[in-house]
Design a protein around this ligand. Structure first.
Ligand SMILES: [Mn+2]
Length: 350
C-alpha cells in the first residue's frame, strides 16, 4: 500500500514529514516503531534504522517509496534542507515539543497535515477493507470456538487469554486492544479489566475484543448468558439493546452526521426509558487505529460516507447488576451499512 501521494496531494506544502507509527504505517503499509517518511512532488523516502531496513526494502520494492537509513531526526531534517523546502507539512497533533523546537531551528514554515490524514484514512480502499474483513473473520472464528470451551470455574483472565490465543493462532498479528472479558456484575463496567473472578451458571458474559490483520483492526462485542437466567430485567434490557443496534444498522446512511446516527440508537433506548443507562457513544471509526475518525456520538458533526469503517455499539449498564453491549464493525457501501460480522446478535444462552 502506498498512500503517500494521496495524502500529499491534499496538502498545500513543498514537502511532508511524517512521524508516529500509525501514520507511517498508513503511508507505507509497513509497520515500524522508528522512522520518518519524507514526501514531496518528486519522491517519497522512508527513513528508518537497520532493524527495519531489510524488511522495509523488501516490502516496498514495487512502490514509489525509497528506503534509506537514518541515524536520527537531524539526518532527516538535514536532507530536507538540501531540498529547499520552505513549507513543510507535519502532523501537528503528533509533534512533541522537542521536535517542534528542532523544526523551528531549521526555519521551516509549518503546515498541519492532520486534516489530510484524517480525511484520507477515514475512507478505506478495497485493500484496506479486505484487511478489516479478515481481521473480523478471525475474531469471530475465535469467538465461535471459544463458546464451545467455556466452563464453570474459568476466570475472566483465562477466557481473555484463550480468546487472544485463538485469534493469534488463526493468523492475527496482534489484538486490536486489551481484551475485555467480564462475568456477572462485572459486565456493568463498560471497560472492565479482566481479573480472577470465576464463571458461574446463569451469569451474563460480556466479551469485547478484536485483532489486527494486515495492520488493520476489528472490534466486536457480544453479551450472552452462561446458562439459563430468571432475570427478567436482563432479558428486557437485552431486547432493547438488540433493537437499538438493529434500528441504527438499518437506518444509518451515508451523508448523516455522527450525531444523527447516534440519535437513532439513543432514541430507541429512550422509548423504553433506558437512554440514561447508555453512557457512551454509539461508535467510532476503525482502521489502523482502533479509535479514529469518525465519531458517532451526541456531539459529533463528523459526516459519515461510503468507504468509512466504524463500530455500532449501543449498550446499557446498571451499576452493581449487569451491563449489555452489542457491537459490530461495519462499513458504508452504496449508502447503507454493511456489517463485517456474521455471528448471532440475538441473545445466546449457552
Ligand atoms: Mn469499539
Amino acid at each position: 500500500m502506498d498512500n503517500t501521494k494521496k495524502v500529499f496531494r491534499a496538502i498545500d506544502a513543498d514537502g511532508m514529514l511524517t512521524y508516529s507509527p500509525d501514520l507511517r504505517a498508513y503511508l507505507t503499509g509497513f509497520p515500524s516503531s522508528f522512522g520518518f517518511v519524507y514526501t514531496d512532488a518528486q519522491e517519497s523516502i522512508f527513513f528508518t534504522d537497520p532493524r527495519y531496513a531489510e524488511a522495509a526494502k523488501k516490502a516496498l520494492k514495487n512502490q514509489f517509496i525509497a528506503v534509506e537509513i537514518a541515524k536520527n531526526e537531524d539526518t532527516v531534517l538535514d536532507y530536507i534542507r538540501t531540498k529547499k523546502v520552505r513549507r513543510l507539512a507535519v502532523p501537528c497533533s503528533r509533534v512533541t515539543l522537542p521536535q517542534e523546537e528542532k523544526l523551528r531551528k531549521f526555519h521551516f514554515k509549518i503546515v498541519d497535515s492532520d486534516p489530510a490524514f484524517r480525511a484520507a484514512m477515514a475512507v478505506k480502499n478495497m485493500e484496506e477493507l479486505a484487511c478489516i474483513r479478515r481481521a473480523s473473520e478471525i475474531a469471530e472464528e475465535a469467538f465461535g470456538s471459544l463458546l464451545g470451551e467455556l466452563k464453570e470455574g474459568m476466570t475472566e483472565n483465562e477466557v481473555a487469554a484463550l480468546l487472544e490465543y485463538k485469534m493469534r493462532r488463526a493468523g492475527a498479528q496482534d489484538r486490536s486492544f486489551e481484551t475485555i472479558a467480564a462475568f456477572g456484575k462485572n459486565t456493568s463496567v463498560p471497560h472492565h479489566v479482566p481479573c480472577g473472578d470465576v464463571l458461574c451458571k446463569g451469569m451474563p458474559v460480556l466479551l469485547d475484543f478484536g485483532c489486527r490483520w494486515g495492520g488493520y483492526c476489528s472490534d466486536i462485542t457480544r453479551t450472552f448468558l452462561f446458562g439459563k437466567s430468571e432475570d427478567a430485567d436482563f432479558m428486557a434490557a437485552y431486547e432493547a439493546v438488540y433493537n437499538a443496534h438493529r434500528i441504527a444498522a438499518d437506518a444509518i446512511t451515508s451523508g448523516m452526521t455522527g450525531r444523527e446516527a447516534d440519535a437513532l440508537a439513543r432514541d430507541s433506548l429512550a422509548s423504553r426509558g433506558l437512554d440514561k443507562f447508555f453512557t457512551h457513544s454509539l461508535g467510532h471509526g476503525i482502521g489502523i487505529n482502533i479509535h479514529e475518525f469518525p465519531t458517532l456520538g451526541p456531539n459529533s458533526h463528523d459526516r459519515l460516507n461510503d468507504g468509512m469503517v466504524f463500530s455500532i455499539e449501543p449498550g446499557v449498564y446498571f451499576e452493581g447488576k449487569f451491563g449489555i453491549r452489542i457491537e459490530d464493525s461495519v462499513t458504508l457501501s452504496g449508502g447503507r451499512v454493511i456489517s463485517f460480522m456474521h455471528s448471532d446478535k440475538k441473545l445466546t444462552v449457552l
